[in-house]
Every structure is written in structure tokens, then in C-alpha cells.
Design a binder for this molecule. Structure first.
Ligand code: ADE
Ligand code: ZN
Length: 360
């Protein structure tokens, strides 16, 4: 039906292979399940929004901003990321940021996106919850109508803040219940275990929200267990440190728990020393249900295609591996069964149309 062997893609790489592979990675239908919308704010748009809001930022040129994006760990990134959110004040700002991401995603054939936002990083600055969600929601609606790109919205609670603050945020979200699919947990992981948020996640589930959580990014494998047992997470965001606990890996494999892995993010934040050391291939070989995502593309050097390209090159993935990852992205999504099937069919159609080019 389509090309299966890893050897084929290696052979082609000597000739026109890299270009053909890049196009394949860009054009293959895919879903993005781990993207912080505030992490998609490119320096150019950040400065444009800051200027129209008459704000002075700590950095006042694109070059200075990009130079500051040299991170040593998660916290060093978060310090800059939260500064970046400060330009966002009005509904139009949230709309523009989201619309820019959706257009980039569509150009990389993202057919469905599940998008995190961090309301507390805005409401704590005095921006009303309604302003934030209305701008984001309007862009998501337009993307479905004009770009044919479907989406779900996920509220993330900031784990460096209290469980009580998360509960207040959940209550602010309730009038917009219809616009939100799930709640999640992000920000500084070490020292902020999922158990701190058991109560608010209990309430969220009672209100009909699905749950996800960042766990096992910088924090220990134990936090993945807590996210599953206490928060009843349907997916684990990152989860790469599960590999330190073979029993947990067995459980994740047996229960088919999706892990939304973000390779460029992991290397930029020093979780792994280089892309060649990234365990994505070992995770797939071990039977884990892995997807590839961009996390904060404006900060980590690439959107979803660049993440696919980075692991494809560094780990020598073949087309069949990439097909498997794209397939996982639809299977692990919160789409309805019929919506999933339509996108899986589109993926299989795409694969059937691929031309096999053998070396001269
Ligand atoms: N918020 C934005 N990006 C994040 C990440 N990679 N980990 C935790 N919180 C985040
Ligand atoms: Zn993330």
C-alpha cells in the first residue's frame, strides 16, 4: 500500500531524499495535541502587539528577544515565557496570536489542534478571563470555517500557584463550559506534584471536563503515576521520564496512555543533551503510545513539522514510523469517533498517493 521500510528512506536520502522527506513530513495529515498558545507568540507579533498597546517590554527588538531564548532548564524558559505574555491585553491580541498559530499549523497540514492556554498568566495581570477566552475561541471558530482545521481548547492550571487559585480559575471557566474540552496542568514541575490539584481536578471531572497533565518532563516518574491515579489524566503531556520506571512503562503500554512528546522542547530545556539522545524511538519500540508536538514553537525553534524533521533525522525514522506517529496523533485526540475516522482515512489516502523513488 505504501512504503514501509526504513532502508528505503535511507537510500533515497543520498539523492533527492532530504527534500522529498521534508515535503512528506510537512504534508502528511497530522494532529497537534500539545501546544501552549502563548508559546506560539513569535517575537515579531509580540513587539507589534506591545507597540499598539503602548507597552515597553524588557526586550525591544526581535534580535534581542531571540538572543534571550537560550534556556538551561524549564524554569529559565518559563521566566521569559511569562514576560512574553505581558503584551496581551485585549481580545484582539488573543485572537491575533491564535490566528497566527492556526495559519502556520494549517500550512503544515495540521488537520486538528488541541490547544492549551494559561488563563492565570493573564487574569493575575488584571485581564478578564472572558477577554482571553473570547479572542482565542473566535480564532478557533474561524479556523474551522475558513481553514477546515478543527480544534479543542484545554485550560491549564499553573502548578506553581495554589490548588485554591486553580479552583477559582475553574469557576471563572464554567460560564464558557461549552468552549472547553479539558483541563490540564503546566508550569514549574519540580516540587509541585499533581496531588496538589486533586480537588480541583475532581471538580473539573464532575463538570464533565476531560483531564490531562504535564508530568515526567522535569519531574519524576512518580508524578506520572499521580497524574493517572489522582487526576485521572486521559493523556500525559511529555511523560519522557517514565523510562526511569519499567513498571510504569508496562502500565502505560498496557493501558495505551498517550504521551504527547515534544522533542525540540526537550532538547532546548536540557532534558536530553542532544536530539540523537532523545528516547522517542526507544519509546516507540517499547510499545508506548507516543505523539510528536511542538509545545512552545516560537521559543524552541520550530512548529510540528520541524519537530518531526528533527527526530526523523537524528533517530533515522522511516516513513512508516512517521505514519505511525501521525496515526497516533488522531487516535489520541479528543475528537469524536466519526471525526477521527475521517482524518484517519485522509491519512491513509495520503500514504497511498506517495510515489516510491528508488536510488538511481
Ligand atoms: N508552559 C509552557 N510550556 C511548558 C512546558 N514545556 N512545561 C511546563 N509548562 C509549560
Ligand atoms: Zn507543554
Amino acid at each position: 500500500m505504501y512504503v514501509r521500510s526504513g532502508e528505503e528512506s535511507h537510500a533515497v536520502n543520498h539523492y533527492r531524499g532530504p527534500m522529498i522527506m521534508d515535503r512528506f513530513l510537512r504534508d502528511i495529515p497530522k494532529a497537534e495535541l500539545h501546544i501552549h498558545i502563548e508559546g506560539s507568540l513569535e517575537p515579531e507579533l509580540m513587539l507589534e502587539i506591545a507597540a499598539r498597546n503602548r507597552l515597553v517590554l524588557a526586550f525591544d527588538s526581535v534580535e534581542e528577544l531571540r538572543k534571550a531564548y537560550a534556556f538551561t532548564d524549564l524554569q529559565s524558559f518559563l521566566n521569559i515565557y511569562y514576560q512574553g505574555t505581558r503584551c496581551l491585553l485585549h481580545e484582539q491580541d488573543f485572537y491575533d496570536m491564535t490566528w497566527a498559530y492556526l495559519n502556520k499549523a494549517r500550512a503544515q497540514n495540521v488537520r486538528h489542534a488541541e490547544i492549551f492556554f494559561d488563563p492565570q498568566s493573564h487574569t493575575d495581570r488584571g485581564v478578564p478571563f472572558e477577554t482571553v477566552i473570547s479572542g482565542i475561541h473566535q480564532a478557533l471558530l474561524e479556523a474551522e470555517q475558513k481553514l477546515g482545521l478543527t480544534s479543542r481548547l484545554i485550560i491549564c492550571f499553573l502548578r506553581h500557584l495554589s490548588g485554591k487559585a486553580a479552583m477559582e480559575t475553574l469557576h471563572q471557566a464554567l460560564p464558557f463550559r461549552e468552549w472547553i474540552a479539558a483541563v490540564g496542568l503546566d508550569s514549574s514541575e519540580a516540587g509541585h506534584p499533581p496531588e496538589k490539584f486533586t480537588l480541583v481536578f475532581d471538580q473539573a471531572r464532575e463538570q464533565g471536563f476531560l483531564t490531562v497533565a504535564h508530568a515526567g518532563e522535569e519531574g519524576p516518574a512518580e508524578y506520572i503515576r499521580q497524574a493517572l491515579d489522582l487526576l485521572k489524566a486521559s493523556r500525559i503531556d511529555h511523560g519522557v521520564r517514565c523510562l526511569e520506571d519499567p513498571k510504569l512503562v508496562d502500565r502505560l503500554v498496557a493501558d495505551r496512555v498517550p504521551l504527547t512528546v515534544c522533542p525540540l522542547s526537550n532538547v532546548k530545556l536540557g532534558i536530553f543533551g542532544s536530539m540523537e539522545e532523545h528516547p522517542l524511538k526507544s519509546m516507540l519500540d517499547r510499545g508506548l503510545f507516543v505523539t510528536v508536538n511542538s509545545d512552545d514553537p516560537a521559543y524552541f525553534g520550530g512548529y510540528i513539522t520541524e519537530n518531526f524533521a528533527a527526530v526523523q533525522q537524528a533517530l533515522g525514522l522511516g516513513r512508516h514510523d512517521i505514519y505511525g506517529l501521525a496515526r497516533n496523533s488522531f487516535l489520541a485526540s479528543f475528537l469524536r469517533k466519526d471525526e477521527k475516522q475521517r482524518l484517519l482515512d485522509e491519512l491513509d489516502d495520503f500514504m497511498r498517493k506517495q510515489i516510491v523513488i528508488s536510488p538511481a
